[in-house]
Design a protein around this ligand. Structure first.
Ligand code: SF4
Length: 350
């Protein structure tokens, strides 16, 4: 299937479409919130209207982000051995997945990863550690490493460290952390079905601690874990309500050895409906197609860029991503350009 870039194809006054998708885009662009009923219609829309829905989401994406794509680079700086029981996660205490397990990496290894992130034109370097929350020793190592990475590379730095209190987020801000990631993962109602060792409220408290330190919040979710359409909508509305800046949307990779092994609830069109809904509900936020992009969107990956404006380049926490060159080619072929850390369009691609 050849899909023409929509960059110049959208007329000033777009047709309403059989699903009225363009009028939802108009509402979103006007700053109005689309109704729950319309959000349900988006998630249950027929395949025949998928491109029209995506074009409506693209109107909103284009207004706020043009044709730019932000790249993030993820480093799992401490892997496995986690006492929590997040059912989707290969690093949890209840997972028997065969993954590499290691304590917090030596600073030289992290700096080497930051160098690679920079060479791949990533605007943001995301440093992740497994665990419920960092020990004092690891937290101090994180602070030292943050200072070093920030001194050497002109990238934004995002830290994903588990549950954090206000004192910790203040220290992270002082060390130069630009952003903290802490995903809500799903709705409050569904959270107990995916994790029992901490609560949705614990996660909300961490996000409030991040915001109280003046750090940008990154928070999103994972789909394909048995959630209902109401759960998807509730999570999007919560993220809107707490005013997160960056929204990573993961599509479950059903890793063997985890409780969600073998689950296959998603289809590529459904992933695109979810991405479109989030763009309509979170119009100006940075929406990232995160883990599961290759596995769940498969050949429709490039279409996701018409709703989302950001992807990870390189690998995920414990699973590989596609080659960086394939991502560069995808972005260029679909008519998009890379965006630097300060929002500037980058002239060169890999
Ligand atoms: S998601 Fe984080 S807290 Fe949950 S099991 Fe995995 S590493 Fe632990």
């Amino acid at each position: 299937m050849t899909v023409a870039p929509l960059t110049t194809a959208i007329p000033a006054v777009a047709p309403s479409g059989s699903g009225g998708w363009f009028s939802l885009a108009d509402q979103s662009l006007a700053g109005d919130i689309i109704s729950r009923e319309d959000a349900h219609r988006v998630l249950a829309s027929p395949d025949a209207e998928l491109l029209e829905l995506l074009a409506a989401a693209y109107r909103v994406r284009r207004h706020h982000w043009g044709n730019r794509v932000r790249l993030h680079f993820l480093l799992n700086a401490q892997s496995g051995l986690c006492p929590e029981d997040c059912h989707y996660c290969s690093q949890s205490k209840i997972s028997s997945a065969e993954i590499e397990k290691y304590p917090f990496m030596a600073q030289e290894q992290i700096l080497a990863a930051a160098e690679r992130a920079h060479s791949l034109k990533a605007g943001t370097f995301c440093m992740v550690i497994s665990g419920r929350s960092p020990s004092d020793r690891v937290f101090n190592q994180v602070l030292d490493t943050v200072r070093e990475v920030k001194a050497r590379y002109p990238m934004k730095l995002c830290a994903c460290l588990g549950l954090l209190n206000e004192q910790q987020t203040q220290q992270l801000a002082e060390a130069g952390v630009d952003r903290v990631n802490h995903n809500l993962n799903t709705s409050e109602a569904h959270h107990g079905d995916i994790c029992t060792t901490h609560t949705f409220q614990d996660r909300m408290d961490t996000l409030r601690a991040v915001q109280s330190a003046g750090i940008t919040t990154c928070s999103g979710g994972i789909f394909g874990m048995g959630e209902s359409h109401d759960d998807i909508i509730d999570m999007a509305l919560t993220l809107r309500q707490i005013n997160v800046t960056s929204v990573p949307l993961n599509f479950l990779i059903p890793i063997p050895g985890t409780p969600f092994e073998g689950r296959q609830d998603l289809t590529p069109p459904q992933c695109l409906r979810i991405l479109s809904l989030f763009r309509l509900l979170l119009p100006s936020q940075e929406i990232r197609i995160a883990g599961g992009r290759e596995v769940q969107l498969r050949h429709l990956q490039p279409l996701g860029l018409y709703a989302a404006n950001s992807i990870f380049i390189g690998d995920y926490l414990t699973t590989p991503g596609q080659a960086a060159q394939a991502d560069f080619d995808m972005i260029r072929d679909a008519g998009f350009v890379l965006e630097g850390p300060d929002g500037e369009a980058l002239p060169e691609m890999g």
